[in-house]
Write a protein that binds this ligand. Structure first.
Ligand code: MOS
Length: 703
């Protein structure tokens, strides 16, 4: 036995210094295996057959023919698949989306709905058979037409009331020196992460094991245990490397189908989605129609603010894109009204995607503010500074650190905003019109209960285990730095293991809350372990392990408005002959709590800002009203920003900390996209003198 001294030779803080990804070498050499490529003995492959009608019933499936095809082992459909239950409330406090409970009935609620899983010896055999499967439908008329004045819209929200209001809006608008009343639209958008969804399910020693690509093993275990009426302890979900999630990687049809097939066949079964299948099975961001009404005094102070948003959901599950929520925390006014509404259509259920609510909401609100600045003749940065609220406009709660003014000032300084000529349409560089624009941003900073263990080994190294998910953000590396500091050792002595539900319940990689929630649990476990070791305990061969649970600590947080903030600045060039918009440079300055790893944090901020460019200029899923499906459901038809779209982009941050967090972390996952599309759109106006209130700002709309 040896005694390991910790703390005595404590290095300088690892948190705050740049570290390359601990799994970086594995990723670039291909040693890192993703869910769809981990080898298994006796592996069978499932392929989902999807409906070709948007609404109706399955009348018949010609499964006999398919069962005779080479390698085919089984066809699961609503007549023979295991039954599941959806009568429960999930981890996130909502009932499950019934669209993940596949093969339970003959109803088809949208185009691309799974009607069968064909299982075969190889993926190719399964695909060929699934594509040969003839399905007969009793088709019914469908409605996929999202429009702002849909008669069936109703109020809905996922956090708090759908409608908020104080003050007399009409009276304040009438008393305002300047009024802006505008409608904005954003299209249906898809996550389009690099790695498509994939899951392998198998039964081993009486336990269900699922190898998956997800944003939270705890979440997937909970849903699968509920769906299949299993003891959660008998379900293990592992998700070692994840090639992006963006909100889409929860529990979906493919995991459920894989579990059904593994159960039926009693052998491992893998189900991988194609890019095209993801368009109907992986969730998406609803289109929105938003109306923003602003009224201000001559000096730009807001008297009236109304933000109303409509989005769509499926006929089987309620999901709301709460775009009006951002107005509830950004600006106050004597009359302040917000409303989120939804309409049910014959479409797949949308889901969280890249700052759900805030991303489209900030486009409308921050573009409307730019129009108000123009009306008032006040600089857009100054207009925002004049409208800094003293407390939560709707909640009335104090702000726990609102560093938005510092972001605005630092961003303006770094961008060279002071030299800006406010007049639109007066700068030209050959065939390009040039303009600059800005927008403000905020995103909620939360933490959720998690558990972690920290183990001291006799050789002086440490292992930290937590069911975290690194969806490409660098979370594993950030957690290594946090653990090293909490243990008082160098990061090289700490191995952080993630992505395994057997490590105990933990927050998902979502809501920009992952790293903060996990760091809290790791800090608690590591801190207690360090105290134990300081007492001079001998370390047995199996090590000394301490487990933490942050439920009580996080529950004790005082209520406050906790957010990350940002200021986005963009310069664009607009080609007067083709209508093409190019972002020439972009700067984001953020106040997002303590930055754990500047290297990967910068990547996350830039990634968010590039999502914003993508949202402003490229992304748009087009639904064909006749079929109810997508036109161009692939990465050729659905455009996302790539390297060539982003010539010069910078992200930086100001000193900021969350005093309620043991490490000072707030969360940086989504703040980068908030306001980014508005900054680009506002710059396009400054270049051309024309407002674009419908995204994306396509060349045909510019001309
Ligand atoms: Mo994020 S949209 O909470 O994964």
């Amino acid at each position: 036995m040896t005694t390991v001294a910790t703390g005595t030779a404590a290095p300088t803080s690892a948190v705050g210094t740049a570290h390359t990804r601990v799994e970086g070498r594995d990723k670039v050499t291909g040693a890192a295996r993703y869910a769809g490529e981990i080898p298994f003995e006796n592996l069978a492959h499932g392929w989902l057959a999807l409906s070709t009608v948007a609404r109706g019933r399955i009348r018949a499936l010609e499964t006999d023919t398919v069962l005779g095809m080479p390698g085919v082992l089984a066809v699961l459909d609503h007549r023979n698949a295991p039954r599941v239950t959806t009568d429960y409330t999930g981890l996130l406090g909502t009932p499950p989306d019934p669209t993940c409970a596949v093969f339970q009935h003959d109803r088809v609620p949208h185009l691309g709905w799974p009607v069968a899983l064909v299982v075969a010896e190889t993926s190719e055999q399964a695909r060929e058979a699934a594509e040969a499967l003839v399905v007969h439908y009793d088709q019914e008329p469908h409605d996929v037409g999202f429009k702002g004045d849909h008669p069936d819209a109703y109020p809905l929200d996922s956090h708090g009331p759908a409608v908020t209001g104080k003050g007399d809006l009409d009276a304040e608008l009438a008393a305002s020196a300047h009024v802006v009343d505008r409608e904005f639209t954003t299209p249906e958008e898809h996550h389009s992460m690099m790695e498509p969804h994939a899951a392998t399910a198998r039964w081993e020693d009486g336990r269900l094991e699922v190898i998956d690509s997800n944003q939270g093993a705890t979440w997937v275990v909970g849903e699968l245990a509920n769906l299949f009426s299993l003891d959660p302890a008998s379900v293990r979900v592992r998700s070692e490397h994840v090639g992006g999630g963006f909100g889409s990687k929860g529990v979906r049809a493919h995991q459920v189908a894989a579990v059904m097939a593994a159960t039926t066949l009693q052998r491992p079964v893998r189900v991988v989605l194609t890019r095209r299948q993801m368009f109907s099975l992986a969730g998406y961001r609803s289109p929105t129609t938003q109306r923003v009404r602003l009224g201000a005094d001559a000096d730009g102070r807001l008297r009236a603010l109304e933000h109303r948003s409509l989005s769509m959901t499926s006929t089987v599950h309620e999901f709301i894109e709460s775009s009006a929520g951002v107005a509830r925390v950004m600006y106050d006014a004597d009359a302040h009204h917000t409303a989120n509404r939804v309409v049910r259509l014959d479409v797949p259920t949308p889901t969280w995607m890249r700052a759900p609510g805030e991303a489209p909401g900030s486009f409308a609100l921050e573009a409307a503010l730019d129009e108000l600045a123009e009306e008032c003749g006040i600089d857009p940065v100054e207009l925002r500074l004049r409208n800094e609220p003293a407390k939560g406009p709707v909640s009335g709660l104090p702000f726990a650190g609102r560093n938005l003014p510092a972001c605005l000032r630092e961003g303006a300084r770094r961008f060279g905003w002071a030299d800006r000529d406010p007049r639109p349409g007066v700068r030209r560089d050959g065939r390009w019109l040039l303009g600059t624009g800005m927008a403000a941003a905020s995103f909620g900073a939360g933490a959720a209960p998690s558990t972690a263990t920290a183990t001291a080994h006799p050789d002086g190294t440490f292992t930290v285990r937590i069911a975290a998910a690194d969806i490409g953000t660098g979370a594993r590396t950030a957690l290594t730095l946090v653990a090293a500091d909490a243990l008082g050792v160098r990061p090289e002595r700490v191995q952080v293991r993630i992505g395994d539900s057997d490590f105990g319940p933990a927050m998902i990689a979502g809501g920009s809350m992952g790293t903060r929630s996990w760091s809290w649990a790791i800090t608690a476990a590591a801190g207690e372990l360090r105290e134990r070791l300081a007492l001079g305990s001998d370390i047995p061969p199996e090590g000394i392990t301490v487990r933490s649970d942050t439920t009580a600590a996080i529950g004790a947080l005082a209520p406050a408005e906790r957010h990350s903030y940002g200021a986005q600045f963009a310069e664009v060039a607009v080609d007067v002959t083709t209508g093409e918009v190019r972002v020439r440079r972009m700067l984001g300055i953020f106040a997002a709590g303590r930055i754990v790893n500047p290297l990967t944090a910068r990547g996350q901020f830039l990634g968010g800002m590039i999502w914003g460019i993508s949202m402003a200029l490229h992304e748009e899923a087009v639904r064909d009203r006749a079929t109810g499906g997508h036109v161009g459901a692939d990465l050729a038809g659905y455009h996302v920003a790539t390297h060539a779209d982003v010539p010069h982009i910078e992200a930086d941050w100001i000193d900021d900390t969350d005093p309620g967090d043991p490490v000072g972390i707030k969360g940086i996952g989504e703040i980068g996209i908030v306001g980014a599309a508005a900054a680009v759109a506002n710059a396009v106006w400054h270049a051309t003198g024309v407002r674009h209130r419908d995204l994306p700002i396509r060349p045909d709309r510019v001309l």
